[in-house]
Ligand binder design. Sequence first.
Ligand code: ADP
Length: 213
Amino acid sequence: MKKNLFIAIEGLDGSGKSTQIKPLAENLKVLGHNVYTTAEPTQSRIGLMIRDIFKHKMEADHRTIAALYAADRLEHVLNKKDGILKKLEEGYTVITDRYYFSSYAYHGTHMDMDWVIEINSLVADLLRPDLNIFIDAPIDVCVKRLNKGRSLTELYEDEENLNQVRKKYFEAFEKLKQSEKIFIADGNRLAETISKDIWNEVSQILTLETKTQ
Ligand code: ADP
C-alpha cells in the first residue's frame, strides 16, 4: 500500500490552486491513493465566522482574524469526524487548498509574522505537510484571471496588497526552510505544464517515502 501524504496548496487567489488540485488528485488516484480534498477556511462554525468577516457581515480586528484562522485550522486538523488527522489515519492522501503558510503571508502583512507563526505552532507541531506547493503567478495575472474585464487602475489597491502578500509568502518560506518542504511552481504557464511539474515533485516524494519504508 502506498504511503498516504498530506499536501498543502498555497498561492494567491487566482493563482490556480483549485485548477491544480484536480489533476494532482487524479494522478494520485491512478497510483491507488484514496484522495480527500479540503480547504481553508473550513465549513465549521469558526470558518463561517471568518467568511462573515470577509462579507462585512461582522467586524473584527486583524489579530482576531488571525486567531480565528488558527482556531479554524486546529479544528480542521483535529475534528473527530472528518479532521485531517482522522482522514490520514483512515488511509487517505489529503490535499488542502491553503494551510498555515496562508496565515503567515496574509496576516503577516498586518502584524508581526512571528506572532502568527507562534499562534499556529500547536497545529504545526501536530501536522506538517509532506509538501507545501506554492503556485507563483504574477499579481496582475491572478487579478485578471479573477476579474476578467475590470481595469488595472480600479484594481490598483488590491494589487498593492497582493504584492505584499506574495512577498510575505517568500519571507515565510525563507524563515521556515529548515523545517518545511516547499515547492514553488511557476504559475504563469499553461495549466497542463504546471500540473506536470507538480506531479514530478510529488512523485519524487512518493519514491523517497517508498524507499524509506
Ligand atoms: P485559485 O483556486 O487559486 O483561486 P483557480 O484555480 O480557481 O484559482 O483559477 C482562477 C481562474 O484562472 C479560473 O478561471 C481558472 O480556469 C483560471 N486558471 C487557472 N490556472 C490557469 C492557467 N495556468 N492559465 C490560465 N488560466 C488559469
